[in-house]
Ligand binder design. Sequence first.
Ligand code: HEC
Ligand code: HEC
Ligand code: HEC
Length: 423
Amino acid sequence: MSRYRLAALLLVLGVILAAGLVYVFRNEIFPEHSAAHRGAQVARSAGCFSCHGAGGGNGSVNPSQGKTPDDFSRVPSLLSERHSPQQLRQWIEDGISQEKRQSQAHMQAREREAMQMPAYGERLSSDEIQDLMAYIALLQHREAAKSRPAQSPGEELARHYSCFTCHGELGQGGVENPGSLKGYVPGFFGSDFLALTQNGNRQQVLEWIRDGAPESFLNQGFAGFYPARYLTERQAIQMPAYGDHLSDEELETLTDYVLELQALGPLSAQQVYDYSTQKPVQADRDQQESPPSVTASDSPPPDSSAQDFALFYQVKPLLKRCLQCHGPSDQKSDYRMETRQAAIKGGEIAEFTEVPAITPGNSQLSLMIRFVMAEEEDPYNEIYPMPPEGERLTAQQIELLRRWIDQGLKWPPGEDLLPPLEE
Ligand code: HEC
Ligand code: HEC
Ligand code: HEC
């Protein structure tokens, strides 16, 4: 009898131990990570951010022989250019793309710089590089999405309500969540999603968005024990309930959008790149044929037709030189101007003086015009000649800029001031 008891006790202990091990190593046993999630970890451990800055968008100063400290360049942002997967692979494996390697001027400038992009081909496995590429492609997609109107009402809502900050860009997951069963906020894909939504049940998805964790989900259990409720309520980050903030129609739109993303599954670098580049290209083409249909806050008034953008294209090359200090790689005065919204908003001075950098329709009020015209610095009135060094804009160029602003700063949706990809 006592022998049976001992056996039973050992069995119970064994089960508890096994359950404990499963619990502790749950991520390893049931990992459900997108390539991009794993890629983020590779980026951290490979040291990419030590040179390219936190999040890849804030490169370190890179002193260069023969340059004064004022015009030292920076390690380029990983976000400013959209690289094809082939290019990304070359950069990571060889430390340089084939195209850049062929440019003698680039190679000479590169040699004079203190920091060089390391070749990781020998240090990272092919799988790790694949994952890293997916992560960077997703970062570049997120960055590009900031400067174009949303591609659908669902995307607009998801970005407006920051769904992706918790669920990962495009619902690719990967945000830590202490105390949760698996340690992260689930993405909109795979078996995590199916387990939480009764296999992708549309009503259940809608309830998650409307109520936070749905009651029917929390109440699964037996004999007064509700593991779902226990696990959900103990995690640090909870799904917010958006029911009070969204109309029924918006709830439906978001639900459809989440299901649309869910259908994509976990994305590879190539898939992110295709998703990211094809859709906007398509949308741009539509917009050139007919007036833009998107009325995001940073897009021009809906009556503007394609010809109205002529001034934009005349001004764009003039402002290119400003981007070295007010673009993705450097933000003097915390001002960047490659997108319409950011160009208008301004930086520290605009914030301090409570005048936006550009007032569309009124060039006289616009800091930008005052700055490009200023003869000399007037710190008392917060006036600084721009650009602070090098060639100034000519009177005709300033006139163009003025007209562009006075006509309401018409800016083609989805375009930015960055020069085209010209590796
Ligand atoms: C020691 C500093 C350093 C580290 C670490 C580093 N990089 Fe770089 N990276 C650079 C420099 C400098 C350049 C510019 C090289 C050039 O233009 O020839 C660059 C360029 C790049 C580019 C091309 C950017 C462009 O559009 O011009 C990519 C992509 C890139 N790095 C990715 C990575 C990734 C991914 C990692 C981590 C695995 C990484 N880098 C780690 C310094 C670094
Ligand atoms: C503050 C972080 C946060 C934000 C913001 C957020 N969620 Fe969630 N969401 C969560 C967490 C955490 C869960 C999982 C809860 C659990 O496992 O019990 C979740 C679960 C979900 C689920 C269930 C299925 C799954 O795999 O995720 C859906 C659908 C969902 N959220 C949609 C959205 C939408 C749409 C938005 C934007 C309107 C959004 N969430 C914003 C944290 C967030
Ligand atoms: C070499 C770097 C550099 C270049 C190039 C440059 N700027 Fe600036 N910009 C600055 C600095 C630095 C400030 C902050 C004021 C100061 O300290 O001079 C500034 C501030 C500004 C501001 C105020 C932003 C705010 O609200 O804080 C505007 C507007 C501006 N610049 C416009 C331009 C325009 C337009 C061009 C191109 C014609 C240009 N800048 C080119 C360095 C630059």
